[in-house]
Design a binder for this molecule. Sequence first.
Ligand code: PBG
Length: 308
Amino acid sequence: MSETSLAPDDLILPLFFSATKDEPHPVATMPGVSQLPVSHAARVGREVTELGLGGVILFGLPATKDSHGSGACDPEGPVPRAIAAMKEASPDLLVITDVCVDEYTDHGHCGILRKTSHGVEVDNDATLDVLAESALCHARAGADIVAPSDMMDGRVAAIRDALDDEGYEGTAILSYSVKYASSFYGPFRDAADCAPKCGDRAGYQMDPANGREALREARLDEEEGADMLMVKPGLPYLDVVARVRQATTLPLGVYNVSGEYAMLKAAAAAGMLDERRAVLEALTSFRRAGADFILTYHALDAARWLGA
Ligand code: PBG
């Protein structure tokens, strides 16, 4: 009589590929998560396939960074190389890429900065070109889905145009449509080495106090041509997941982010709760709220617990 199901193929595993590491490098704030050398991509891809996960989403740590995040468009960067290696080893593995410049900019912001009379700000429109070029670079390497996470206005349309112009009509766009300016991204910024060096992301990410704005953001991305939407973070925003579910017929994802992962891992390590039960309960809550798929660092463990 269960109303809600949870299966390994509902889960997407985020992975961090480094251009400089020769060995997996554990992320201190995310027990069980490591930055991986590209040489491990094929093996991890096979493991994900064997466990029956829905797919992977890739993040890159480049060898060098600059003010324009040009590494995000480098065909020899860690993400394009990891895509190629995974697709060669496991052609049916669904590969999503995170499209954003924050891992590639020396200032750590999700956009190109410009000086104005009143200080420095993110140049929304100048950033669109880099995002479109980065999405194309991932599509050329074989990504099935590109997922812009930057929150610049107009980026879904810009990426769709660029992909279509080059013949990648079949590459889908998963938009991080509803992304709040959240403290729960803290551990990720260690994992991806992308904490902003000045200011914060509140100029482009959403105010946690706003629920209706989520519906506006979702509608805009849908109109621009997004194939799938996402809400992020997850656990503190289950009401938003449920509202966006009501407002769209598109597939809807949720990102169970790094801070949510770290909380459960820390509590479990301290003997404060049963990790397996807590994780499966949290993942089930996303499905109950209306998410079709879940990006989660618990994906490998959860798939094993679900008896894959
Ligand atoms: C931006 C991006 C972030 C996350 C995914 N994509 C960080 C941010 O916006 O600061 C966070 C994911 C997590 O916390 O697990 N490229």
